[in-house]
Design a protein around this ligand. Structure first.
Ligand code: NDP
Length: 479
């Protein structure tokens, strides 16, 4: 099918105002960093420098942790219903300024505006509303005598859902009476800095939310600071392992949300057109920069050719380009480094013997882009079937029986998510029961709700975010 003609529909960026240079947000205000080192955050779709961001050093982190410690003395004694009011205020302000946040997120991170506007921002607000509702119900919810906050929580977040990962972490931490020092990813700090402005606007008490920007060295300073009572991390499995070792001998809390290589299993009795949509959404949403992406397509052997044919036709209709165009399906790859990683893994897949299909489309001449890609003829031992590519690249494997599907699906070091496509409810239950994955979708994929716990098995990490279980990650329980 030919692509329909369409006119560009560009979201204006005039709503966004970006400063040339940012400091850290510590003790309720922006302050001049101790560190004299800065990095530049660039738009991955234009390579334009958006702002200079301080690379927080030991002294900056120390100042933030000390502010959070002082803040904790007051915040942990603040009546829970009062804490809730601040979170409700933040949620409402996020909704009010949602277009500004969405545009900024797309400029800084490269994701399509229709995703930042219709997925990220509504989810961010929903998380603040949801956890605000829990703040004054903690003691009655578990039937235990006491639920105590940890103290100062160090939170380190990645670049794929910058503001949403902030919301997943900050909202439950504050609702439960902890205070926070957050380190956003170096390629996407701008929406976290705008969120800090909202904290000023709602008069969030001093020291409750602190933000230190920087790179991996800043993150490591936070992890190693003795004033931290808990670390919550989302990112790569390699950094997750480093953090686990670094805090191993300290009596502090730790939750790790790491990588994934999810199987999306399509049985031969599935509604194939719907499954194609689900598979496309499962891997191409957010350029495939999704830890729970359905990056391994497991097809029952007898539908392989028909399904691949439908899938390739559907992929060919995806529009790749300007993230601020409301028609764009696939935006820019988040960074040059990530583009190199994707390119190198795909080249390896071709050298191994995988058959590569890429859509025909023109990529913009500046910025970081990758064509939606599909591998067939893949052996389970190939790296493209084992490693997290974290890009718009789908790897196909086949199976004959449900038992074989489960065996292949579980043949990975990860265990974050999975998808099952079949018209038989009993087959969904049979399969789900046997999959080693923390989140399993049936006849859909990539659906999220603040009330639903999210987290992994095996090397995908431990602890849960979201829902009642997510609150427990920020509480010490005493009975
Ligand atoms: P990282 O794990 O390096 O980054 C995640 C966060 O950790 C960032 O804020 C990063 O800072 C910080 N960080 C880096 N090193 C340290 C350290 N030693 N101590 C404490 N914090 C640290 O992911 P990358 O950005 O390097 O991406 C690499 C791969 O990781 C991707 O290709 C993808 O496979 C996977 N990934 C998985 C994610 C998930 O959601 N599970 C999210 C992002 C990546 P900085 O940004 O400055 O490096």
């Amino acid at each position: 099918m030919d692509k329909w003609e369409y006119s560009e529909s560009i979201e204006s960026d005039s709503i966004v105002s970006i400063q040339a240079k940012y400091g850290h947000f510590i003790d309720g205000k922006f302050s001049t960093p101790n560190s004299k080192n800065y990095l530049k955050t660039v738009s991955p779709s234009t390579e334009e420098v958006l702002a200079s961001i301080s690379i927080g050093n030991e002294k900056d982190v120390d100042k933030a942790v000390n502010a959070a410690k002082e803040g904790f003395k007051r915040w942990s004694k603040t009546p829970p219903s009062e804490r809730a009011k601040y979170l409700y205020k933040l949620a409402r302000l996020i909704q009010e300024r949602s277009r500004e946040f969405a545009v900024l997120e797309s400029m800084d991170g490269g994701k399509p505006i229709k995703e930042s506007r219709d997925f990220d921002l509504p989810q961010v607000a929903a998380n603040f509303f949801y956890f605000a509702g829990w703040a004054d119900k903690l003691d009655i919810s578990w039937g235990t005598k006491e639920m105590k906050p940890y103290g100062v929580v160090g939170q380190i977040i990645p670049w794929n859902f910058p503001l949403l990962m902030l919301a997943w972490k900050v909202a439950p931490a504050l609702a439960t009476g902890n205070t926070v020092v957050l380190k956003p990813a170096e390629t996407t700090p701008l929406t976290a800095l705008l969120f800090a402005e909202l904290c000023e606007e709602v008069d969030l008490p001093k020291g409750v939310f602190n933000l230190v920007t920087g790179d991996g060295t800043t993150g490591a300073e936070l992890v190693n600071h003795e004033g931290i009572s808990k670390i919550a991390f989302t990112g790569s499995t390699s950094v997750g392992k480093y953090i686990q070792n670094a805090v191993g001998e300290r009596d502090i809390g730790l939750t790790l949300e790491l990588g994934g290589k999810a199987a999306n299993i399509v049985y031969n009795d599935a509604a194939l057109d719907q499954a194609v949509e689900g598979v496309v959404n499962g891997i191409f949403f957010n350029q495939g920069h999704v830890c729970c992406a359905g990056s391994r397509l497991l097809l029952q052997e007898d539908i392989h050719d028909e399904f691949i044919n439908k899938l390739e036709k559907r992929m060919q209709t995806l529009r790749v380009g300007n993230p601020l165009d409301k028609n764009t399906d696939i935006g820019a790859i988040n960074s040059k480094e990530q583009l190199e990683k994707i390119t190198s893994l795909v080249n390896e897949g071709v050298n191994d013997g995988g058959e590569l299909f890429q859509i025909e489309c023109e990529l913009p001449s500046t910025g970081y882009w990758y064509k939606p890609s599909l591998f067939t003829n893949v052996q389970p031992s190939y790296n493209i079937a084992r490693e997290e590519i974290f890009g718009p690249v789908l790897t196909t494997l086949t199976f004959r029986t449900p038992e074989e599907a489960v065996e292949i699906a579980n043949n990975t070091e990860y265990g974050l998510s999975a998808g099952i496509w079949t018209e038989k409810g009993s087959k969904i239950l049979w399969t789900a029961d046997r999959l080693d994955a923390g989140v399993i979708w049936a006849n859909t994929f990539n659906k999220f709700d603040p009330s639903s716990p999210f987290g992994g098995y095996k090397e995908s990490g431990f602890g849960r975010e979201g829902g009642r279980h997510g609150l427990l990650s920020y509480l010490k329980v005493r009975s």
